[in-house]
Design a protein around this ligand. Structure first.
Ligand code: AP5
Ligand code: MG
Length: 211
């Protein structure tokens, strides 16, 4: 079973590497951030509830997030494994996940603060298919247009400086106990995510998963 969690600061590249690895490993990429953004776009009850937290750079309450993931993991495509990106992010979320499923690998992405600030400062994302680009690191072929589906590229509301600061502070507060929880289970691997070439980081993660 390939039940994998990616843990990393905002801008570490979780979404970028997961979109490469889901093809290599043939498992779904489950990003709670993308699921919330889709719910906000469709103005569902979960989206309306989550929007005020996300735009301000705060975490969505655990009970809302846990329910969303629980429902997603019941879908048939998760039977062959899955890659979780952005969940769990708190100890109660990890404990709830532990009651739902067994995790085989936790990849912790180690990345410097100056690197994440540069990445978040230039990130652009597709409104339609959620593909991730960067103004200078990974520019799209045509300005403002997604290479994959032709959708419009936009800057996320939570990539404004004030929300970035809040999100990074929350990550540093929550990640210690979260990683310790999985270290106790002996499933943690650390990957160096500072390389400016996403494929290199994805290959290092693949190596760790196979070791
Ligand atoms: P979410 O969408 O998960 O945001 P995040 O955790 O803040 O992480 P990011 O998406 O910002 O970073 P990333 O690591 O995916 O980086 P990316 O690949 O885009 O969550 C958003 C919000 O939803 C949260 O703040 C919260 O409110 C809510 N939420 C979600 N999950 C929740 C939960 N479990 N509990 C409660 N609330 C929750 O890369 C960044 C940029 O860098 C891109 O432009 C990319 O092109 C570039 N880049 C990436 N890697 C490289 C590289 N190696 N070299 C050069 N450029 C690179
Ligand atoms: Mg992401």
């Amino acid at each position: 079973m390939k039940n994998i969690i990616l843990i990393g600061a905002q801008g570490a590249g979780k979404g970028t590497y997961a979109s490469l690895l889901k093809v290599d490993l043939d498992i779904p990429h489950i990003s709670t951030g993308d699921m919330f953004r889709e719910a906000i776009k469709n103005q569902t009850p979960v989206g309306l509830e989550a929007k005020k937290f996300i735009d301000a750079g705060n975490l969505v309450p655990d009970e809302v997030t846990i329910k969303l993931v629980d429902e997603r993991l019941k879908k048939p495509d998760c039977k062959k494994g899955y890659m979780l990106d952005g969940f769990p992010r708190t100890l109660p979320q990890a404990q709830a996940l532990d009651r739902i499923t067994k995790i085989n690998h936790v990849i912790v992405l180690d990345v410097r603060e100056d690197v994440v600030l540069q990445r978040l400062g230039g990130r652009i994302q597709c409104r339609k298919c959620a593909a991730i680009f960067h103004l200078t690191n990974l520019p799209p072929k045509k300005k403002g247009i997604c290479d994959k589906c032709g959708g419009e590229l936009y800057t996320r509301e939570d990539d404004k400086p004030e929300a970035i600061r809040k999100r990074l502070a929350t990550f540093h507060e929550q990640s210690g106990p979260l990683i310790a929880f999985y270290e106790n289970k002996g499933v943690v691997h650390h990957a160096d995510a500072n390389s400016p070439v996403p494929r290199e980081v994805a290959d290092e993660i693949l190596k760790l998963l196979k070791a």
